[in-house]
Design a protein around this ligand. Structure first.
Ligand code: CP
Ligand code: NVA
Length: 308
């Protein structure tokens, strides 16, 4: 079963092949209306369940459009309206859904829910974000970097802010795609050791630098994300803002990076918190290309899962 659960759980060569396929598929439909079918219809006759236990704009729409472009059908399900984990075990839900659909994408809170779904489903399962990781985002991000600047291997990525789920997948990607990464944030919000260890064992340099101005020196890409993720308690909001304010990505900080450095953010962004509008809308920013590339990258991920 080819589940797409995490960047570090998928073979590096297969990740590379997915990014290359995504680029080919994107090029092939350049200029077509968004609703036009792809020339080949690899998902014809396939039904895909998209389950959301948390809000989503990009993941929801990009998966739905991607399946339709490839000739398949979708069913968007809200976790709250299902029996998922309260009326019924995750394992039983996985067994039941596998009788109806060919592929399951789930966005959830605890990683354990995703893992149980994958263990008991008899169809592939895709991680559409958990509290710990967000692998589909990073596939789109690597694709976006390379579209603008060529191969990401050997480059330097700098994460500014909370060592959260998106940061974790970036660190795993550093190991798999062979680039260096510097984390810059307060020690209380460091990324988990496991992620850092994985990347270091792959031979890349993962550095921690508390001073953001020093961290971004020589950066090829500077990345930010929200200071309060969907799984973080609202009561931690003020503390997080106070701790993270020094890590805001603004023009002064970007000026310390390489002249041609890119700025990335998975969105949704909180303008003038983690990133200023000047940077979001400025010449370094590729945030809307990242959002578009969710569509293309995930189409390649789905084809890989289904072997079509
Ligand atoms: N970046 C991302 O996953 O966005 P959504 O939460 O809107 O899906
Ligand atoms: N870190 C954010 C990413 C949203 C796409 C969150 O988990 O809320």
């Amino acid at each position: 079963m080819k589940h797409f659960l995490d960047i570090h759980k998928t073979d590096a060569g297969e990740l590379r092949a997915m990014i290359d396929l995504a680029r080919t598929m994107k090029t092939a439909r350049a200029g077509l209306p968004k609703g036009a079918p792809d020339a080949t219809q690899p998902l014809a006759g396939r039904m895909v369940a998209l389950i959301f236990e948390k809000p989503s704009t990009r993941t929801r729409v990009s998966f739905d459009v991607g399946v339709r472009q490839m000739g398949g059908q979708t069913m968007v399900l809200s976790g709250k309206e299902m029996q998922l984990g309260h009326g019924e075990t995750i394992a039983d839900t996985a067994r039941v859904l596998s009788r109806y659909v060919d592929l399951i994408m789930i966005r959830t809170f605890e990683e354990q829910t995703l893992l149980e779904m994958a263990e008991y489903a008899t169809v592939p399962v895709i991680n559409g974000l958990t509290n710990r990781t967000h692998p589909c985002q990073i596939m789109a991000d690597v694709m976006t970097y390379e579209e603008h600047r060529g191969p990401i291997s050997g480059k330097k990525a700098v994460w500014c802010g909370d060592g959260n789920n998106v940061c974790a997948s970036w660190i795993q990607a550093a190991g798999q795609f062979g680039f260096d990464m510097t984390f810059s944030g307060p020690s209380t919000l460091d990324p988990e050791d496991d992620f850092v260890r994985f990347a270091r064992e792959k031979g890349v340099n993962i550095a921690i630098e508390r001073d953001p101005a020093r961290a971004v020196q020589g950066a090829d890409v500077v990345i930010a994300d929200t200071w309060v993720s969907m799984h973080d308690s609202q009561s931690s909001r003020e503390r997080r803002h106070n701790q993270l304010r020094p890590y805001q990505v603004n023009d002064a900080l970007m000026a310390q990076a390489k002249d041609d450095a890119l700025f990335m953010h998975c969105l949704p962004a909180h303008r003038d918190d983690e990133v200023t509008s000047a940077v979001m809308d400025g010449p370094h920013s590729v945030v809307f290309d990242e959002a578009e590339n969710r569509l293309h990258a995930q189409k390649a991920v789905m084809r890989w899962c289904l072997g079509v």
